[in-house]
Design a binder for this molecule. Sequence first.
Ligand code: CP3
Length: 351
Amino acid sequence: MSLIEPDYRFLRACHRLAVDVTPVWFMRQAGRYLPEYRAIREKHTLLEIVANPELACEVTLQPVYRLGVDAAILFADILLPVIPMGLKLEFAKGEGPVIRNPVRTAEDIVHLRPLQSETDLGQVLDTIRLVRQELNGKTPLIGFAGAPFTVASYIIEGGASRDFRLTKSLMYAEPQAWHALMKKLAAALADYLLAQVRAGAQGVQLFDSWVGVLSPQDYTRYVLPYSQSVLKVVEAAQVPVIHFGTGTTGLLGLMKQAGGTVIGLDWRIPLDQGKAILGDEVAIQGNLDPVALFAPLPVLREQVRDVLQRAGGLPGHIFNLGHGILPETPVENVRAVVEIVHEYSNNHFDA
Ligand code: CP3
């Protein structure tokens, strides 16, 4: 197991320790907005890249070199674990992820194979080892997994969804089947995150990207215990865990209850208001609107400063977007944000 390595500003901020400047990284910092990523994608599919540790390592490092961010995030996808569990995953052009044999019945759930990450996802773990070696202590590496609810929604719907009708229908009509599915996913995702930590991930993020579609009552009953079980297992491994979702303004207190060293905020709540709900026992990550990266520089600068001012220079803030970078984002604006965050926090906040 990795020890806590508090000398990186990212890890120090996770543990709410003082930092020289506010650490910054971006969700989806590797990807199509980078020309060097598109060059690799011209020759390889997404699934080919993640199955090839050398390529996946290269793509993981591209934004670290290009942007000067304070953390690397493993290049993988939240849906990779469902392939060895028996699902046929494709990334269709323009459609996002598609599952050809979605999970719809209690019978389908029984047939999901338990995940054995060390063997089933060995290439991802090899990528982690390679990235650690390449980074050589310069920048910490974040591993990640999808949270049980968000992964369940993809495998039930068979892809992206607007209303999550099939997911919620299973939840309401067949609660036993729902709980069985969530239990299997929680076990698989905890196993996967622990394997990432053993391979060298120095922090992990649990992506519950679509959890904001749930009422607090349904979150409590159908989701919280499973996110909690994943988060507990990983926190016991002594690495910081970022618990992230979007549309979560009404769920923040419950997400904190579920767990996480750090809670991710989207941009729909001002950071100081999110912080007031979450209290002082957790760090906060966020929360610039990803579309602010398309604004003219003075407007972008103003929005970055607003986030930093609301964080107030107190320990326990990691600057990030409220959700992932969009593919059309101008690279120079992403770089500018890193500079503004470092420069502003250096000049306005005491270490
Ligand atoms: O730097 C990074 O963060 C890259 C690693 C990464 C990917 N996916 C690679 C990827 C991470 C952390 C993810 C997480 C992920 N995947 C989430 C949670 C984050 C979020 O945005 O909410 C979700 C919901 C997915 C599922 C997924 N994978 C979708 C919806 C899509 C298609 C939409 C899109 O953004 O293109 C993918 C494909 C995918 N995963 C791409 C990348 C770089 C784009 C594929 C391509 O290169 O063609």
